[in-house]
Design a binder for this molecule. Structure first.
Ligand SMILES: [Ca+2]
Ligand SMILES: [Ca+2]
Ligand SMILES: [Ca+2]
Ligand SMILES: [Ca+2]
Length: 430
């Protein structure tokens, strides 16, 4: 299947490096083109000798699934990311342990086309390589996890809980089986899956370099291998709550390998590329209606997918008054307070956008604002009207030129002054 790929003009230096680094026996395959209309918004070509930890967390879990997931099992060789499956004593008890590794993006990605080029380890049974997407939450950094996760949450760079669903573009089970296209929501699996396809059925050899991609849109997700569409999911019936989320590449043990002599082994990734395009009219905010299930492990019903800053306890969800669904956001405290509830959108297309929300307010605050900033122009705000009925407020004709935007609600208020917010929508209009 590799021979049908189009010739590449996108990355000749990397291809020369690849051809030199691996004796793969055929001309270097180019990447499959993204679907029509998409532009490259982010890429890590992994053409380095160390992971760019400005952009990536390590997946660390010791132990997890009968093994250890460790940063030591992640390396870059100048042209590719390498995730190592090992069998070695890492806990000092003299008995060998199964080890694996993975990386998770510090940036969150929403709708768009996601692509990797990978060759997957198939030297024995029991090992699992995955190309997937899922939001993070604070407890992922527990039990020896990457401390940068907590640091980013504490620095108001990441939501405390953004784990609303996952997209499993592929889950490869060594030596020769692949599940493709799971779309899993918090409430459970949605039963979408192209299950247990061996390479012959999928039309590839998984241990060769192949290009895997998925196109994620408000209405469908399509999964590709070497540019060939393999599976489509209808997103209109999933019943999930959208949020831009972390991108993952992981390699872990799932069962005891039958052939320990094959270890160590490697799953290799040439690059990760993310493309996007305007999705006119689609809400790009995560959990814009505040209806995603909060994690009760976190105090005071903090809103999933949203970042709280300053007096965080003054920002919380309520179920007794809402515009839609079954929850809304409130900012209030029984003492004077200042709080911001916000989202940082990155890698969105430049263009014209509109921000709307349904709101109520007690009035009297020094500040009660809906804001948009970090979009390339001067911050724009609208002050909440004093009203006890759900009222539409709008900031229109927002000219995004930085491929990013921060949407924020900020109160500087006295005791028992309050705002309520629901149905927040940030949409591209042109
Ligand atoms: Ca051990
Ligand atoms: Ca590369
Ligand atoms: Ca709601
Ligand atoms: Ca809070």
């Amino acid at each position: 299947m590799r021979h049908i790929l189009k010739a590449s003009v996108s990355c000749p230096l990397a291809m020369v490096a690849m051809a030199g680094a691996y004796d793969i026996g055929w001309p270097e395959a180019a990447s499959a083109a993204p679907p029509a209309g998409y532009s490259l918004a982010y890429a890590d070509e992994f053409n380095a000798t160390a992971l760019n930890t400005n952009d990536w967390y390590y997946r660390i879990a010791e132990p997890y699934a009968g093994g250890y997931v460790r940063s030591q099992n992640v390396s870059l060789d100048g042209s590719s990311l390498r995730l190592r499956f090992g069998y070695e004593d890492v806990n000092g008890d003299g008995v060998s342990d199964y080890t694996g590794g993975g990386i998770m993006s510090r940036n969150n990605f929403g709708y768009g086309y996601y692509e990797i080029r990978a060759r997957l380890f198939g030297g024995t049974t029991g090992l699992h390589t995955s190309f997937w997407s899922m939001g993070i939450r604070r407890d992922l950094s527990g039990a020896g996890g990457d401390p940068k996760i907590d640091q980013d949450i504490d620095a108001a760079l990441q939501p405390e809980n953004n784990q609303l669903y996952e997209i499993d573009a592929f889950e490869h089970n060594s030596p020769d089986s692949m599940d493709m296209g799971d779309f899993v929501q918090a409430a459970g699996e949605t039963s979408h899956r192209l299950g247990a396809r061996n390479g012959a059925l999928m039309g590839v050899n998984y241990s060769d370099w192949n290009v895997y991609g998925f196109e994620y849109t408000p209405t469908y997700t399509k999964f590709y291998v070497n540019g060939v569409l393999k599976f489509t999911i209808d997103n209109t019936t999933n019943g999930y709550v959208f949020t831009p989320q972390t991108f993952w590449l992981t390699a872990i043990r799932t069962a005891n390998p039958s052939n320990l002599g094959a270890l160590p082994g490697y799953s290799d990734f040439d690059y990760f590329r993310y493309y996007n395009k305007p999705f006119t009219g689609a809400n790009l905010l995560g959990n814009g209606s505040f209806d995603a299930t909060p994690n009760n492990a976190f105090a005071l019903w903090n809103p999933p997918a949203w970042i709280e800053n300053y007096d965080k306890a003054a920002s919380y969800l309520v179920t007794d008054d809402f515009y839609n669904g079954n929850r809304a956001l409130v900012q209030m405290s029984n003492a004077a307070y200042q709080v911001t509830t916000k989202q940082n959108l990155k890698f969105i297309p430049n263009g014209t956008y509109r921000l709307t929300a349904r709101v109520k307010s007690s009035g009297g605050q020094a500040q009660a604002l809906m804001r948009v900033l970090n979009f390339g122009g001067t911050e724009r705000t609208v002050t909440f009207p004093t009203t006890n009925s759900w009222t539409l407020i709008t900031i229109d004709n927002i000219a995004v030129t930085s491929k990013s935007a921060t949407i924020a609600f900020t109160s500087t208020a006295g005791a028992n002054q309050w705002i309520k917010v629901d149905d927040v929508q940030f949409t591209q209009t042109g």
